[in-house]
Design a protein around this ligand. Sequence first.
Ligand code: DX5
Ligand code: ZN
Length: 234
Amino acid sequence: MDNKDMPAIKILPSLLAADMGHLAREARRAEEAGGDALHIDIMDAHFVPNLSMGPDVVAMARRAVRLPLSVHLMMTNPERYLERFIAAGADILLIHIEIKADVADCLRRIRKLGARPGITLNPETHASALDDVLNEAEEVLCMSVHPGYGGQVFMPETLDKIAALRRAARQHGRPALDISVDGGINLDTAAAAAAAGANVFIAGTSLYGVGDMKAAIAAMRDRAAAAWSLSSNL
Ligand code: DX5
Ligand code: ZN
């Protein structure tokens, strides 16, 4: 792989693991620690069993930081809320491939509304489910836990899917497509996911749960970059 084809390594703290009593301060902590964007999890108690945040929290984060906001819609009907989340300040909107709505149409609408469209797969969803929509997406998010809760253990069986997604991106002529991984990401699992072909690492517990988030982000960036350069991705 040529260097120009190598996607940038990005580390995204996930606000779900922040101190909910001080969300603006916690958003700024991610910015000051060198996060590349802030990940915000939206759960509707239907697509996933849990409830989390909504557009007002995205708007709060927009006021608090300049970082891009990566908004993960774990919702059965995201198509009803795209405008609201983008008006609130979302820069990246990630919807799930498992929803009933017309996913390609949602991705096109997100782009038209001025945000980056991303598509997410649950652990049990095969990479080939994206065949028809990959060209509409700027980012593919591979869940490495069952979505809905922070603090779960990374599922190593998702690594083969990350590799399949990187191969698919190359086959579509998009070798530098952002391939993200979310759930149970720490230094070791970030390295494993990077070796498989992921370049965006979303982490809650392992970044917000430590005293020195700056050191944790720097260490994760180093480990992921080292794993990329040792892997067959290059
Ligand atoms: C889980 C969310 C994740 C969550 C990850 O459903 O999508 O973004 O914050 O948390 P950790 O890093 O603790 O597994
Ligand atoms: Zn998420």
